[in-house]
Design a protein. Structure first.
Length: 164
């Protein structure tokens, strides 16, 4: 299970109807310190704060009905905070065709790549590298295209050495 899937599962498990809301619709339910911290953070970002607290995080946006302003607002905010977005709409998913939102989220978060699609004659090193590039946890994947290039050169160099 990916880190994001674990986080979501943990939140769902911990949620009870008595939990305070995590939005501004019922602002009176927020603690003063919590509200001040949110407003202070918003003020800081508006005035130049540039850290990226959502780096290596992805927000999956699943809309049953089109919502351009909401979608664009979330995409811009996630990018400004270092994260990525994944947008799914009703036409792209099974929503409304017997699959619940929870089913869709579960399928997206828990699907494993079809490892059998890696050609069977690929070297074990190359198969390992492909698996590493597709790891769910960002800290377990290669951190850049440059790292991938270096790994491929290493594999190629090892092959040349073995064949000589």
């Amino acid at each position: 299970m990916s880190g994001l899937a674990r986080e979501i599962a943990s939140l769902v498990e911990r949620h009870t109807p008595l939990d305070p809301p995590r939005h501004f619709l019922d602002i009176d339910q927020l603690e003063i310190g919590e509200l001040r911290a949110m407003l202070d953070a918003g003020f800081a970002y508006k005035h130049g704060r540039r850290d990226r607290p959502l780096a290596a995080k992805t927000l999956a946006m699943i809309f049953e009905k089109p919502s351009t302003r909401t979608r664009v607002s979330f995409e811009v905010a996630m990018r400004q905070l270092g994260g990525d977005t994944l947008y799914l709409n009703a036409a792209d998913t099974q929503l409304g065709r017997g699959e619940t939102l929870a089913d869709t989220a579960n399928a997206v978060l828990n699907a494993e790549p079809d490892w059998d699609r890696i050609p069977s004659d690929s070297s074990p090193e190359l198969r390992r590298l492909v698996r590493q590039c597709l790891k769910r946890e960002a800290n377990e994947r290669l951190d850049s295209a440059e790292s991938l290039r270096v790994e491929l050169q290493r594999i190629e160099g090892r092959r040349r050495h073995l064949s000589s």
